[in-house]
Write a protein that binds this ligand. Structure first.
Ligand code: ADP
Ligand code: ZN
Length: 762
């Protein structure tokens, strides 16, 4: 009998009453949607609040779980005692508990898994708040006094170095003691000695709390809004004043001043004492807009994956404890512990990066809407190319649509010309990656000292290596994927598992010397362009050339100041860039996305061309876009060239409607993966069979497609099969998945991954 039991027995015998017991509802980080009840011993009662982590016996182990609620009615007759509490304050507040509960139900994962996923690892580890020492100059000295101090006989050389260093920086500039010692060779005891002499000041404080919030600090004024912006802003303000503020789809063409509107809306909101969440598709690619936010507001926290432990933790606490007004970050920032959220902005709402590709496979756009409902906040979905999902909701009247149809000032959208590459092949006899038109306009732009952006969504030198004699294609031995040749590194690389090998000189299969390196990636384009345009500097930006942290910002800065005339890159350069001197954009191939086995292929192509085209015509010199394609008459390309989003959306919806694809229907995908091909196929068939039985009872309201091998049949030595579920009403997917929940558990080394509202189809 435990002590608690003994004491309650004792109390019972004394008073003749059972004291009310308290039970904690606990979830664990396991793929199981189940609550476990534990008795809360009296000594823990005062301390425990839902949202804290607890230690609890589970099987014959003690593991960490999350307390998600307290109750006086246990679900089972016999409950075990909680063993301890790990946190002094709840890591997840009430809203976050509600959101994670929804996540687990909607995306089919454990509630504990969902909570685990939304609390940053550094917070779970409970990073110690790191103390740092900062140095500033002591009492102000005249130059003569400085001279005397430096020349004093008792000064050690290193002391002199420290002082010289400090005297050389402006009064009140502060430097970390660590950095100062590194720069001068001084020691801590030396710094303390100088402090006693009043020659410098030392201050100990939490390293990051200050830095975390150091922005440009509201140094810039808002711009006077254009007429169109003003009308939009008036509407936004009206909505803000309504009790239920709703969702705004801000459809503004590239360069129409969406960002300025976001900023002024945030300002309005801060006036009301509320806070804002600003989501961007990818932090490292949006440095220009982040800079603009930091220049307008104090107390901006930027969350990104490069934050160091202690810093990240300090920032998280700053947010949680109300010291931050605006949080900027990528997808996972939607879970930032910000209180009094009045506004959530998703910039470039159509971007795939808002979808998380491992469990829980959530879409930050949907979570934003959910969170806003719980917290009575407004959501602004901003984009030049709305996702069909958001467009459709706006058409139905569920979102308020605001359109910005003009660029700021007198700027026009660039003229887009499509080059038929098949025609080009005929004309020039053979395939050339740069068409005559593109070459012509490049020459013109460069000779006028303007800049050019070239876009190709494929990195490496050549993406395809095959034997001309036997047809053998060089593939990764772990993945069902052709290897890409990277010339500079002289390797062939798998873009899925990163395996690399030495490039073959003869066919590994038939030994013939007919090995052929086909196709082209950014590395090859760089070589071709360098030959065609000697004397111009080319900046290549892709995930190969931009490995190190901060390299984006540096590269873009160099392009901005004109060190490079040609910027060549992958989707990394498609978004957000604003360089007035870029007067020509060339899309080397518009077809890379178009041929993917994915119902969104057309949408992606349209978005990409529109986004890339938006990188030019941003200055008084105007702009032009050349799009090269083997499918020049495909509607995604022609509508993008005509800057006709509405036309595209209507056509795309016409195509999706009879097939019941989103936004008309809902989908879920189950991927099966395992080391044994046979077991993987078997598992896929068993589950597909069960789901088809459920589907039959639904009167065809639920469709099961497949199972079939996934388009990429093997990744990292794991075979992959998949099936798709399609329905008009999400609840059916949910119910069907519940019916097979037990069967979905891993068996014979085969996992089943459920992806609700999938974006990845490969
Ligand atoms: P978007 O986010 O729609 O691409 P931006 O907000 O980046 O558009 O605006 C495009 C350019 O126009 C930026 O250089 C921005 O500083 C400028 N701009 C935006 N609004 C105004 C305004 N009201 N007056 C003057 N310039 C503006
Ligand atoms: Zn591989």
């Amino acid at each position: 009998m435990s002590i608690a039991d003994k004491s309650s027995k004792l109390q019972e015998s004394l008073t003749g009453q059972t004291p009310q017991q308290l039970f904690a509802e606990v979830v664990f980080n396991i793929p199981l949607n189940k609550l476990f009840h534990y008795n809360v011993p009296p000594d823990l009662r005062e301390l425990l609040t839902p949202g804290m982590r607890v230690k609890a016996p589970f099987g014959n182990k003690v593991i960490t779980g999350f307390c998600v609620g307290l109750t006086t009615i246990p679900s089972v007759y016999k409950t075990k005692d909680l063993m301890g509490i790990l946190d002094a304050f709840p890591l997840a507040d009430e809203t976050m508990l509600r959101i994670t509960k929804w996540l687990s139900s909607y995306y089919c994962c454990g509630w504990g898994e969902a909570i685990h996923a939304v609390i940053p690892p550094v917070v779970r580890r409970g990073a110690k708040e790191k103390i740092d020492i900062f140095v500033t100059c002591g009492k102000p000295l005249t130059s003569l006094e400085k001279e005397t101090v430096l020349q004093s006989k008792k000064r050690a050389i290193k002391q002199v170095k420290v002082l010289e260093f400090l005297f050389n920086q402006a009064q009140n500039t502060e430097i970390r003691a660590k950095d100062l010692m590194k720069a001068t060779g001084g020691t801590m005891s030396m710094l303390r000695q100088l402090e006693r002499e009043n020659l410098l000041r030392l201050e100990e404080r939490q390293a990051d709390a200050v830095n975390a919030l150091k922005g440009g600090g509201a140094s810039r004024q808002h711009l006077a809004l254009s007429e169109e912006q003003e009308a939009a802003f008036t509407l936004i303000k009206e909505k803000l004043a309504e009790p239920s503020q709703g969702i705004i789809l801000l459809h503004g063409i590239t360069g129409s001043g969406k960002t300025e509107l976001y900023l002024q809306t945030i300002a309005k909101l801060l006036e009301q004492g509320k806070k804002a969440l600003f989501l961007v598709p990818e932090i490292s690619l949006t440095s220009q807009s982040i800079q603009r936010i930091k220049e307008r507001f104090n107390n901006v926290a930027v969350l990104h994956s490069h934050l160091q432990g202690a810093f990240h933790y300090a920032q998280w606490k700053d947010i949680k404890e109300g010291r931050v007004d605006v949080v900027v970050g990528a997808r996972s920032s939607i879970f930032a512990p910000l209180k009094d959220v009045g506004l959530i902005i998703l910039d470039e709402e159509h971007e795939n990066t808002y979808k998380q590709e491992n469990s829980p496979r959530y879409n930050a756009r949907d979570i934003a809407i959910l969170r806003a409902t719980y917290e009575n906040a407004m959501v602004i979905l901003g984009t030049a190319t709305p996702s069909l999902e958001s467009y459709y909701e706006a058409e139905k009247g569920n979102y308020t649509k605001i359109v910005l149809s003009k660029r700021i000032g007198t700027l026009q959208l660039p003229q887009v010309e499509i080059v038929d590459m098949l025609e080009e092949v005929r004309k020039k006899r053979g395939y050339h990656v740069v068409s005559q038109r593109l070459e012509y306009y490049m020459k013109q732009a460069l000779s006028r000292r303007e800049q050019v952006i070239l876009f190709l969504n494929r990195r490496g030198f050549t993406p395809y290596i095959h034997c001309k004699r036997c047809g053998f294609v060089l593939k990764c031995h772990r993945c069902d994927i052709p290897l890409t040749f990277h010339k500079k590194l002289n390797i062939v690389l798998c873009h899925y598992c990163h395996a690399e090998a030495i490039p073959p000189e003869s066919c590994p299969d038939c030994m013939a010397n007919y090995i052929n390196y086909r196709g082209f990636g950014t590395e090859k384009i760089e070589e071709v362009i360098a030959k065609k345009f000697p004397g111009y500097n080319i900046l290549r930006m892709d995930s190969d050339s931009m490995r190190s942290h901060g390299s984006h910002e540096k590269a873009l800065k160099a392009f901005e100041v004109g060190e490079f005339q040609i910027l060549l890159g992958t989707q990394m350069i498609a978004k957000g860039l604003d360089f007035p001197n870029v007067t020509l954009v060339g899309v080397i191939s518009a077809d890379t996305m178009l041929n993917l086995p994915d119902f969104r292929a057309g949408e992606r192509t349209f978005q990409l061309i529109s986004q890339v085209a938006g990188r030019t015509g941003r200055g008084q010199k105007g702009g032009r876009v050349i799009v090269q394609s083997f499918n020049p008459r495909h509607y995604s390309i022609t509508y993008a060239a005509a800057h006709d989003y509405e036309g595209f959306a209507k056509k795309e919806l016409e195509y999706r409607k009879p097939l019941n694809y989103p936004p008309f229907g809902r989908m879920a995908r189950i991927i099966f993966r395992g080391a044994s091909e046979k077991n993987t196929e078997e598992k896929a068939s068993v589950i597909a069979g069960k789901l088809k039985e459920v589907a039959k009872e639904s009167n065809n309201q639920l469709q099961i497609l497949g199972p079939s091998p996934a388009p990429v049949m093997k990744i990292n030595n794991l075979f992959r099969w998949h099936l798709l579920m399609k329905t008009k009403d999400h609840q059916r997917i949910h119910d069907a998945l519940l019916c097979v929940a037990d069967t979905l558990k891993p068996t014979k080394g085969v996992q089943s991954l459920v992806d609700v509202d999938p974006y990845m189809m490969l």
